[in-house]
Design a protein around this ligand. Structure first.
Ligand code: 0O2
Length: 232
């Protein structure tokens, strides 16, 4: 049985009679817990990426084409974690972070066709040491701005020296066209010197819809699996 992720109370080796003030000691303790937490999530990313690479390699041998065209990953930055916790009105504690932020570890998979997205999701979700916690299907129900992607929150078992842990990872799976749009939109959104007007929003939404139409038409040409997208 693996235990749910929790960061052990770490003991900083500071002498009782040292001159270190209690606040500094608290800070060091938190800093160490934070780094430990990031390491655990890094390890979970390595597990997920390794499984995806195994699938990708297998498809190379057994299929005439590959449903996985790209894999990337990231650990959420400290700034982004703080921003999200503030937005959710959470206290800045390690336990609030663990209980509420499930995308510290993020993996992105890019697929050539829409049905590949659901196929890859199914191949991952059926794995024994992966537990599917949540599915957000922004392909079936795109965000108001046009964002499309399939998001899975999973728990993956990671074996460390003395114990196994079940660590949350967010996996975003989308087509090349969806990824092109999301990447460009993300850049525009974070371009500080430029205001995002209602007209811009409308144009971006229009571009997202064009991408979606191209994806559907490409899928028709490909015509591979006819997966039921609702019950993968
Ligand atoms: P970063 O830099 O990737 O860390 P929840 O997790 O449910 O509390 P959240 O975070 O809104 O709420 O979840 P959601 O909607 O599943 O979005 C999570 C991630 O999806 C985002 O992470 C983005 O990576 C991506 N995403 C969601 N909406 C958009 C969008 O409109 N445009 C683009 N380009 N990406 C989007 P973060 O935390 O925003 O950032």
């Amino acid at each position: 049985m693996s235990e749910k992720i929790s960061v052990e109370k770490t003991v900083i080796s500071v002498e009782q009679d040292s001159f270190m003030p209690p606040k500094a000691r608290d800070y060091l303790d938190m800093d160490r817990q934070y780094r430990q937490l990031m390491y655990i999530h890094e390890a979970a990313i390595q597990e997920v990426v390794s499984r995806l690479n195994i699938l990708k390699g297998e498809f190379q041998f057994s299929n005439d084409r590959n449903p996985i065209s790209g894999i990337s990953s990231r650990i959420k930055s400290k700034e982004s974690i703080i921003y999200k916790m503030e937005k959710k009105g959470l206290p800045m504690t390690v336990s609030a972070l663990l209980g509420n932020i499930h995308d510290i570890a993020g993996v992105r998979v890019i697929c050539p066709f829409i049905e590949d997205v659901y196929y890859v999701a199914r191949m991952l979700a059926r794995q024994k040491s992966i537990e599917l916690l949540e599915v957000k299907d922004y392909i079936r129900e795109p965000k108001a701005n046009g964002y499309r992607s399939l998001h899975l929150i999973i728990h993956i078992n990671v074996d460390f020296a003395e114990r196994s842990m079940s660590v949350p990872v967010e996996i975003q799976i989308r087509t090349t066209a969806m990824d092109f749009w999301a990447g460009a939109e993300h850049q525009l959104r974070y371009k500080k010197e430029r205001e995002f007007t209602a007209e811009d929003e409308e144009k971006l939404k229009h571009c997202a819809d064009l991408m979606a139409q191209a994806d559907e038409e490409m899928q028709e040409i490909c015509g591979d699996f006819n997966l039921d997208r609702d019950s993968w």
